[in-house]
Design a protein around this ligand. Structure first.
Ligand SMILES: Cc1cc2nc3c(=O)[nH]c(=O)nc-3n(C[C@H](O)[C@H](O)[C@H](O)COP(=O)(O)OP(=O)(O)OC[C@H]3O[C@@H](n4cnc5c(N)ncnc54)[C@H](O)[C@@H]3O)c2cc1C
Length: 406
């Protein structure tokens, strides 16, 4: 059995299938396991707010040392042929680091002269903690720099580049290739130009590393923060009319987390309408509204002022006049879009895509999948971590039936 994609959906499925005694080959294109969910931070304040962020690491722990699961990280699927059984051809790239020796001490980051050449994994309990980008690393230019290898106290960095091609035969394939976050460079919000305009995924990573929300431009504490919702979703002009479902809940939880750590943070929340999330939503939302300024408008423009503030310009629907407000940091809540890999894998497997470009879920009788090919998680449309886990559970149940194990 092959599982393509080691996000929370793929990990859940791999762990469950292994529990049924199935030998699983788990393919992940990035050097790290866990997909997007592993990059999210826990948003608990004085109690758990059920954001689901801890689930990814739990699922990961269930898979990493499981003898039934062979993990192929840093691996691209090159071709898939057959009609069940299937033959998968793949190519794996070395992360240039011995995962079992790296203890995440961070010395390689301090020594590396090229920003971005060393990537950091997000799962604190599971290696590899780092991987090296061969396309940026100077060692692979002219061999002149190998500071990371020389200074690593664990001898974990080997810099011996290598690709390994392989083929396997499997009875069934689960596609769990997930989604791609919208990159807001085409919106008039200065993303990529103004350092203090960041995406919700950037904010997640920042809050995982540091407890306080600071301005990326100068490291000063951000006292005024704006969230702008529906960036790249519910946006017909960008070709993405659908709602991404999880963003309102995720951003409101993040806003409350920031306020719990920075008591005097002033937060404004620009939105179209707030999507319901979870059964405790009404109570959570009522509380959130007492401390967050909710503005039902989507800003048109962001300008950086001479004082390095961000001026957000929006049309106030209540007073019907154009207004401006000033912030230290603006967080763009980006939509969940179909990933380019979805299309590639769908083409290889002859899988139908829906109108939004996501893969139709397996079990959808209107668009049946080929025999032995299954889908789970956000590859089939925007969904939360809990929904991704239950979609993987449902799909495993179907697969077990297909493999004749129940
Ligand atoms: C900013 C942000 C905040 C969020 N906050 C929350 C929250 O608070 N609560 C919540 O429940 N949900 C939240 N979500 C949603 C959550 O991230 C998703 O529910 C979850 O990541 C979906 O898991 P997945 O495994 O389906 O997809 P992904 O996480 O996208 O994982 C897919 C994996 O497949 C790999 N892959 C893709 N193509 C290939 C290929 N061809 N070969 C091999 N591997 C491949 C990818 O590298 C990736 O590792 C948030 C999302 C974002 C962007």
């Amino acid at each position: 059995m092959a599982v393509i994609g080691a996000g929370v959906a793929g990990l859940t499925a791999a762990g469950l299938l292994a529990g049924w005694g199935v030998e699983v080959s788990l393919f992940e294109k990035s050097p790290f396991l866990g997909g997007h969910a592993i990059q999210l931070g826990c948003k608990a304040t004085d109690s758990c707010v059920k954001c689901g962020a801890c689930v990814a690491e739990d699922q990961l722990m269930g898979v990493v040392r499981n003898p039934k699961v062979s993990i192929h990280a840093g691996t691209q699927i090159e071709a898939i042929s057959g009609q069940g059984p299937y033959q998968i051809s793949f190519c794996s790239h070395s992360p240039l680091v011995h995962a079992d020796r790296c203890n995440g001490c961070g010395i390689c980051f301090q020594k590396c002269p090229v920003p971005g050449a060393i990537l950091q994994g997000q799962a604190p309990r599971v290696g590899p903690y780092v991987a090296i980008r061969q396309d940026l690393c100077r060692f692979f230019d002219d061999g002149a720099c190998s500071l990371c290898r020389e200074t690593c106290p664990q001898g974990a960095i080997h810099l011996s580049a290598g690709t390994r091609s392989g083929q396997i035969h499997v009875d069934a394939i689960l596609v769990a290739t997930g989604f791609a976050p919208y990159i807001p460079s085409h919106k008039p919000y200065g993303y990529g130009l103004f350092q203090n305009v960041i995406t919700s995924l950037d904010a997640e990573r920042l809050l995982r590393e540091k407890t306080l929300m600071k301005r990326p431009s100068d490291g000063r504490l951000a006292g005024r923060i704006a969230f702008i919702q529906c960036v790249g979703s519910r946006d017909a002009r960008q070709g993405h009319p659908g709602c991404s479902k999880i963003c309102c809940g995720s951003s409101l939880r993040m806003a409350r987390l920031i306020q719990s750590r920075q008591n005097d943070a002033q937060i404004a929340f620009f939105y179209i309408d707030v999507q319901n999330f979870g059964k405790d939503f009404q109570c959570f939302y009522a509380n959130a509204r007492t401390s967050i300024e909710m503005i039902r408008a989507i800003p048109g423009d962001i300008i950086r002022t001479e004082k390095d503030e961000l001026e957000v310009i929006y049309f106030d629907p209540e007073t019907k006049v154009s207004k401006e407000a000033f912030f230290d940091v603006v967080i763009l809540s980006v939509g969940l879009l179909p990933s380019g890999d979805n299309k590639r894998v769908a083409r290889m497997l002859n899988l139908p895509l829906n109108d939004s470009g996501f893969i139709s879920p397996s079990g959808d009788d209107r668009r049946p999948s080929p025999a032995g090919i299954y889908t789970a998680g956000a590859a089939t449309g925007p969904m939360s971590i809990a929904e991704s886990v239950s979609s993987a559970e449902r799909t495993v149940f179907q697969i077990i039936g297909y493999l004749g194990l129940r």
